[in-house]
Design a protein around this ligand. Structure first.
Ligand SMILES: [Zn+2]
Length: 138
């Protein structure tokens, strides 16, 4: 290597070499993967840490979970009770009263209209409910 003059030239570029974090000297220079300060002898890594973007994906499928009105995670086959009276639209009409027990629910993850539970409600038959109006029983 006979590029000592090139080193001197690059050290004058303030954008390529930041000042020394120890003594704020502007004469730091690159030495391989490190930056070196000739004033105080400090060496540090000039490149930003890699892989920090992954931190945003730490939520392990938490948002795929369907939770009841009080925050319990629901699962296929669970038994739930209504925490509020729900009006039924469509054939027959009427309303499902608060406290009605529904067994063997089926979850519908990602339901666009918020009705994320498939249920068979006594007296009403198969219908969709919102997880926000039920509470897991037992
Ligand atoms: Zn320094």
């Amino acid at each position: 290597m006979t590029d000592s003059t090139a080193d001197t030239a690059s050290a004058t570029d303030p954008e390529a070499v930041p000042p020394c974090p120890e003594c704020a000297s502007e004469y730091a220079y690159e030495s391989g993967p490190l930056l070196v300060c000739p004033m105080c002898g400090h060496e540090w890594s000039g490149s930003a840490p890699t892989g920090t973007d992954d931190a945003d994906h730490a939520g392990d499928a938490a948002d795929a979970e369907i939770r009841d009105a009080v925050g319990n995670a629901l699962a296929d086959g669970d038994t739930v009770t209504l925490v509020k009276t729900v009006k039924v639209s469509g054939a027959g009409g009427g309303s499902i009263k608060v406290g009605t027990k529904v067994t063997g629910i089926r979850l519908v993850p990602g339901a666009a209209d918020g009705h994320d539970i498939d249920a068979r409600v006594p007296g009403f038959g198969k219908m969709k409910l919102k997880s926000s109006v039920v509470k897991r029983a037992g």
